[in-house]
Design a protein around this ligand. Structure first.
Ligand SMILES: Cc1cc2nc3c(=O)[nH]c(=O)nc-3n(C[C@H](O)[C@H](O)[C@H](O)COP(=O)(O)OP(=O)(O)OC[C@H]3O[C@@H](n4cnc5c(N)ncnc54)[C@H](O)[C@@H]3O)c2cc1C
Length: 486
């Protein structure tokens, strides 16, 4: 096959796609023609030296601010994304997709071309299906669908992107009732490594569709749009119960026997926090009345054997519940964004970035007494850190482990060791190591962790082999790669 040569005249709009035959990766003999790429996009290409560059390269976690991409392409259309993929192939430039920029490991930036899909943020709804641009932030998904009286199960952090969340699974506050985000996925539009735009569903590219349900972002192509089955919003009660630190072990013991097997409409998490002083809180949401919620909470309180020292149970509109869970209860939707003028940001945004270190486990069995003692002891250590336990079970557990790429259907809850400031990573590593004998090795790819050495099995379990096969079919040249890529 002849190798296309670079034309002596500048490439026109969409020129790269025409020049590069599908599947052909070129030796990196030509300097990337960034100006031509910029001209070819409907969106904006930001390069070093541009006034927006330092803002454009930032992720959620400032720990990755030192990474300097060659360019950030804000893609306004799927054709822009295809253009970027063709460019990366043509010039052998590393390419990385970015939606909300929340990758724990910072793997949505790099030294090459960052393809930011934030301008693809439309949210439409018709006939029970929500079609959402791959760059939409969760706060906008909830707000726009909420106005129509519908929603989808998704995560709680408002600035997380729908793409990273869905492709890795997507655990949210109504997941025990409606499933993971990837469980309600019906279709994905994606640009694959050969530059083609494909529609994936159970009947079209079914393997790629299956892989998109938990196989992890950044592996198979760049998604441009997702379609989900929606549910009608309904009455919601939110709650928060706090106990003194002395009750930590009792609350943990009671919570893990209660939360994963509660009725589907009840979702909760347990925070064992030392930030700045030790604290135990059970928070969550009940899809139903306040009295129905109180009844469920009483079961927990009885098991703890002591009334909480503070208790808040409030019946609120669905949309407000999502804002409370997002930590945005006192903000408008527009304020519940990162501040700025780049796509995905708002002029009056008030969300700040967070320097954190995190590691995680998945609990497939309840902790016994020794495990409870060990976890409480980790939290009690000096520092600013929290162990967050999020309940699984319900609809999550009723899906077969191989029905989607997300394998952890039988997990009872996820465990995150989340820390700030000096010593954060050392604490997280120490807590993770101390709890490994109790929790084992399973891990959630959306809490991606560079330290994991057996990550394929840990993230994907028995689904890893099929994912590797699908990767080799759709991206044989590994155009999309990162340290824990498939
Ligand atoms: C504060 C915080 C709160 C969180 N809360 C939750 C929660 O409630 N529930 C939950 O399940 N998870 C949660 N997460 C984890 C979150 O789901 C993952 O970090 C997720 O990968 C973030 O997606 P993103 O689009 O924001 O991140 P990004 O960093 O943009 O992307 C993550 C990965 O997906 C890839 N990717 C991005 N866009 C695309 C695309 N269009 N096509 C293909 N690949 C793409 C990236 O290259 C990267 O590998 C939270 C994370 C943080 C930091």
């Amino acid at each position: 096959m002849p190798i296309p040569v670079r034309p002596s005249v500048p490439l026109g709009r969409r020129g790269f796609l025409a020049l590069v035959p599908a599947g052909l990766a070129l030796a990196g003999v030509q300097a990337p023609d960034w100006r031509a790429l910029g001209r070819g996009l409907d969106g904006k290409l930001v390069r070093p030296g541009d006034s927006a560059y330092d803002r454009a390269r930032r992720l959620f976690n400032p720990a990755y601010d030192k990474v300097r991409p060659a360019a950030v392409a804000y893609c306004a259309t799927p054709a822009d994304v295809a253009e970027c993929v063709a460019f990366a192939r043509r010039f052998d430039v590393p390419i990385t997709a970015r939606s909300g920029g929340h990758s724990y490991a910072g793997w949505s930036t790099g030294t090459g071309l960052v393809v930011d899909v934030s301008p693809l943020s439309s949210v439409r709804h018709s006939a029970g299906l929500a079609t959402i641009g791959a760059g939409a932030k969760l706060v906008d998904v909830y707000a726009k669908l909420g106005k129509l009286g519908v929603s989808i199960p998704a995560g709680s952090c408002p600035s997380v992107g729908i793409a990273g969340l869905t492709l890795g699974g997507g655990l949210g506050v109504v997941s025990r009732r409606y499933g993971l985000t990837c469980d309600v996925l019906t279709q994905v539009e994606m640009v694959t490594a050969d530059g083609k735009r494909v529609t994936c569903s159970p009947t079209s590219h079914p393997d790629l569709f299956w892989a998109s349900q938990g196989g992890g972002g950044g592996n198979f192509g760049i998604a441009t749009s997702f379609t989900f089955r929606s549910h009608a919003t309904r009455e919601v009660t939110v709650f928060s119960l706090r106990w003194p630190w002395a009750r930590a072990a009792a609350v943990l013991r009671a919570w893990q026997g209660w939360a994963p097997s509660a009725p589907d409409g009840l979702w909760s998490n347990l925070h064992l926090s030392h930030d700045p002083s030790p604290d135990v809180t059970v928070g969550g949401l009940y899809l139903g009345s306040k009295s129905g919620c109180e009844k469920q909470l009483q079961v927990l309180v009885d098991r703890v054997g002591r009334d909480p020292s503070s208790r808040s149970v409030r019946h609120v509109p669905y949309q407000q519940a999502m804002m409370i869970m997002a930590g945005c209860s006192s903000y408008s939707v527009s304020e519940c964004h990162r501040p700025g003028s780049l796509p995905g940001q708002t002029a009056n945004g008030r969300l700040v970035r967070d320097t954190f270190s995190a590691k995680s486990h998945l609990a497939y069995a309840p902790l016994g007494d020794a495990g409870i003692r060990a976890l409480v002891a980790q939290v009690a250590k000096a520092g600013r850190h929290t162990v967050l336990l999020d309940a699984f079970g319900g609809a999550i557990a009723r899906v077969r482990p191989d029905a989607t790429a997300f394998p952890h259907r039988k997990a009872l809850y996820s465990v995150q060791y989340y820390a700030h400031f000096d010593g954060a990573l050392a604490w997280a590593r120490g807590a993770h190591a101390a709890m490994r004998p109790f929790f084992g090795d399973h891990a959630y790819v959306n809490y991606i962790d560079p330290d994991l050495t057996g990550f394929l099995g840990q993230y994907y379990g028995a689904n890893a082999a099929r994912l590797v096969q699908i990767k080799s079919r759709y991206d044989p040249g590994r155009l999309f790669r990162f340290p824990q890529g498939l």
